[in-house]
Ligand binder design. Sequence first.
Ligand code: SF4
Length: 329
Amino acid sequence: MPLTVLDTRPEVHEDPLDLMDEIDELKREKDAVILAHYYVDGEIQDIADFTGDSLKLARDAAATTSATIVFAGVHFMAESAKILNPAKTVLLPDLEAGCSLAESCPPDKLAAFQEELRTAGRDFVTVAYINTSAAVKSLCDWIVTSGNAREIIERLPQDKEILFVPDQHLGRYLEEVTGRKMILWPGACMVHEIFSVQDLLRAKRNNPGSVVIAHPECPRSILEHSEFIGGTEKMRKYVASLGEPTTFLVATEAAMIHPLKKAAPQHEYIPVPGIMTSSGETCACNRCPHMARNTLQKVRDCLKHGRPEIRWQPFFDKARDVLRRSLLE
Ligand code: SF4
């Protein structure tokens, strides 16, 4: 990720309603659209033109005709938006919004491992979860999201091995649902990996009849106790399909509760807690610190100043071919 000088000044608190008005005005002035991931704060989702998971937002970014895209999400998502729609100005409210999962697979290490496999005579294709840098995407054959991973893996030739990067938990889950054995990169998301089985079981006991819905980035120990497993878009559609008021225990980033409530307000949603700290309190580990870097103020500021901007990099050309083939065709 490009280096930037950190502004350590505390953010002055501004009235959210004034900020929303200002953002609306700037959007018109700059011919901009706002794309917001389900994991950013609800108030940003509310002012966005498009909300969704990585797959939906990548497609929304590719289709937009506005001059500017503000991507309220993390760095790899804004990179994908730029790659899929290069003529647009793509702004990321905070350049430091990275992703622990993407960072667990640096491009030089992946290239070295691929070379090792080739030298050993292994015939393989590399499949990357979308939560990877564009430099990593440029080294891969297919890009998948939790929404389309199963479908893409099922159509890969049986005579090839599959190297799956970077999420070992999602990879293991996909091995189970597709029956394809894969070489798994040992990466993980800091948010999904930390859910505690003990807390989940306690929450189930305290909420009889509740239904656990979990993201496949969670470890197997959590998925084994889940009634529904799916990416964020699938989760949203699932709760909306059930008319009977139900209590859901939600094992994914806590901001996801906001779009779930909007899609199906008849239900109750309880975020699955993370681990207990030494002082006996539940930590707020189910909030992604990278997604939380997005604020209304930063959305306003990036629109106002036209930066930070995602600029075209030489390796985007190769990443574009893979992204287009995987997500748009
Ligand atoms: S929730 Fe996990 S995978 Fe998603 S952006 Fe945050 S660190 Fe990355």
